[in-house]
Design a protein around this ligand. Structure first.
Ligand SMILES: [Zn+2]
Length: 650
């Protein structure tokens, strides 16, 4: 199908998603997806009853809420991007059941479920299936369901999680509007907006400037929720503490980040247009950590690098960014923010085989074990690498992370071209100016600083290629097929418009140096290389906690981790791009050698103690440490104390 651009009266946009399957992963990214397919993603339905034969979404009497739709939302893009028949067949079981489940009045899904929320997830999954296959039954189901909502929202309003997550529903209704032009969908969006939490307002006023552990302890919040009783979170009768619960919940916020942008397509307003950028800067200021996201374990909990971030929050924040990028103009830095999550926070949350995941990851993580961690309200096992640590939502939801990133590497442009979001290796197949075009991106980005794009066309054709230059590049260059060199600046998007013929190659040189970012929690610093966060990794000891097929693992170390980094000393890079493979396997593809000083940094419970502030060290303590990509590590320090070298008094 053709890319869908916004239809009037929606705000015009210049970018649109390519249909699922138009972008296929290559190189290390393909290895990563294969690892995922061979890991838990490809086998979850065999080993977990919540999404297995007896689940409500296959007609059984088991789990009938969000888990199977979550799983399908990641399994569909995984199956179609890998062209994996086994996984496609598995997807079809859920899809056929869903399509057959729709009632005359438009409601669909398991009989036991009366909640709008899991249906939103199911529709997100079905939308992707439609773009891959053109199966029109999806459009019929969606239209019928949205008409149900249109008629019934007044008597049967959004409740509970759906109130926080109504932005997903609006985005889907707008997508269908762009496809069919049915005006009732715009009216439906207004109704949905009135019942959804006002994220634009929350991001602009942003009252949560303290870790929740300090400002609203979990015990207090729990009591207050009980006092409010089973009140339903709906409309303008929202009880105060229930609302606070949802507004401070990490996954809700990650999803809510797209909501102002979605609303701004049909309602013009400053708060909506700037909702993401204002919200993001406040979230990062008060709750941000080095891997490029806010902490939430599982509510906002400050910027101490031993607080955790839930895996669902990582994948939902990625999806919000991908949605906003596809909708148009919400900031030139969105691809940089997205890459930071994709290349760091996402892979760090898994073991190398993608058979076990964490619920909460920590920027400074020295023991992944059932133990004493300072979460807000998560369980003691939340940072264990396991099957379903803390709660099974992430087990069901993480599958979307890599495959949707693949879907978002390139977007179609309104002037019949392509626009780059990330240069991870892939092949794009599409039609431009009505000519079939294949474009291959190679070069092991982000593990090397050179990217090659090769074009292959049915016949010579003119189209623009928009090449985004990341913010971290110093002195980028673009080498064009005719030998011409384009000088560009970091942060800009270069447009290469020409008549392309088969074999034309564009080479991007994106040189960079290790960068030190200061002013994190307790004056700590991070070291970055391109979009990669670099971390010190002590020798890891992985211990199996049970003998299940997909086991739980604890990770500990006997090695000392106490190093402070000398911020201004030069750092040496060791590139190993041919080793680039799935994160955490074998030798790292990039290392940074940094000057550091040994310091005393004890453990406190099962986390490291708070980052020592500007520890004084002497020349004699100085040594060199090897930093590796954060995504490769199971244990790590990534927010380091900044060493202050004492010079000997004369
Ligand atoms: Zn989760």
């Amino acid at each position: 199908m053709k890319p869908l651009f916004n239809r009037a009266p929606l705000t015009a946009n210049n970018l649109a998603e390519l249909p699922l399957g138009a972008i296929k992963p290559e190189g290390w990214l393909k290895d990563q997806l294969r690892t995922q397919a061979e890991g838990l993603s490809g086998h979850l339905f065999e080993v977990w009853e919540d999404v297995g034969e007896n689940c409500g979404w296959l007609g059984g009497d088991g789990d009938s809420w969000e888990r199977a739709p979550y799983y399908l939302d990641g399994l569909i893009p995984l199956a179609w991007e890998l062209d994996d028949e086994r996984l496609k067949n598995q997807c079809m079981k859920y899809i056929e059941w869903m399509l057959a489940s729709q009632r005359e009045d438009g409601w669909f899904g398991p009989e036991k479920n009366h909640d709008y929320w899991p249906l939103m997830v199911a529709l997100k999954a079905l939308k992707q299936y439609f773009t891959a296959t053109g199966d029109k039954r999806v459009v019929v189901l969606m239209d019928k369901f949205f008409r149900y909502e249109y008629r019934n929202l007044a008597q049967k309003p959004l409740q509970n999680w759906a109130v926080a997550r109504g932005g997903e529903n609006m985005a889907l209704a707008l997508w269908l509007y762009n496809l069919t032009g049915q005006k009732y969908l715009l009216e439906l969006c207004k109704k949905l907006r009135a019942q959804t939490l006002d994220w634009a307002n929350f991001f602009h006023t942003f009252p949560v400037t303290q870790p929740l552990s300090r400002s609203l302890r979990w015990e207090r919040l729990q009591e207050a929720l009980e006092e409010e009783g089973d009140e339903i979170l709906e409309g303008d009768k929202r009880p105060y503490f229930h609302t606070q619960y949802h507004l401070t919940h990490g996954v809700n916020i990650a999803m809510g980040l797209k909501t102002p942008g979605v609303v701004s397509l049909f309602k013009s307003g400053f708060k909506e247009q700037t909702g993401f950028s204002v919200g993001w800067s406040k979230l990062m200021k008060y709750h941000g950590v080095g891997y490029g996201l806010f902490t939430c374990d599982e509510h906002l909990n400050g910027s101490n690098p031993t607080q955790g971030t839930e895996l669902c929050t990582v994948v939902e924040a990625m999806y919000s960014l991908e949605t906003l990028i596809g909708m148009g103009s919400f900031g030139d830095d969105l691809p940089d923010i997205l890459e930071k999550l994709a290349f760091n926070a996402l892979p760090a949350a898994f073991d190398a085989e993608m058979t076990a995941h964490q619920y909460d990851q920590q920027a400074n993580q020295l023991r992944a074990c059932v133990g004493e961690h300072k979460w807000y309200n998560n369980e003691a096992d939340s940072n264990v690498y396991g099957f379903a640590p803390n709660f099974g939502c992430c087990t069901a939801n993480y599958h979307q992370g890599w495959p949707k990133f693949v879907s978002s590497l390139w977007y179609a442009t309104r002037d019949d071209g392509l626009s780059a979001v990330s240069y991870a290796p892939c092949t794009v197949r599409t039609r431009l100016a009505d000519v079939p075009v294949r474009m291959t991106v190679s070069g092991n980005y982000p593990f090397s600083d050179s990217v090659e794009i090769e074009v292959s066309v049915k016949q010579s054709v003119e189209f623009p290629l928009y090449l985004r230059i990341p913010f971290w590049v110093s002195q980028p260059m673009i080498f064009l097929p005719d030998g011409e060199i384009m000088q560009v600046r970091s942060g800009e998007t270069a447009c290469v418009r020409r008549k392309w013929k088969t074999g034309d190659r564009v080479r991007l040189e994106l040189p960079t140096q290790p960068r030190v970012k200061k002013h994190w929690y307790h004056q700590s610093l991070t070291v970055e290389y391109g979009p990669l966060l670099m971390a010190y990794q002590p020798a890891e000891k992985w211990t199996r906690l049970n003998d299940k097929e997909f086991a739980d693992w604890q990770v500990t170390t006997d090695e000392d981790f106490g190093y402070a980094i000398l911020a201004d000393e030069p750092k040496k890079v060791v590139l190993n791009p041919e080793k680039a493979s799935a994160f955490g396997k074998g030798e790292p593809a990039v290392c940074v050698m940094a000057k550091a000083a040994k310091i005393d940094w004890p453990m406190e419970g099962d986390d490291c103690a708070s980052v020592p502030i500007l520890p004084a060290v002497t020349e004699a303590d100085v040594t060199t440490v090897r930093l590796v990509p954060y995504g490769d590590t199971g244990l790590r320090v990534s927010q380091f104390p900044m060493a202050v070298v004492k010079t000997r008094p004369e």
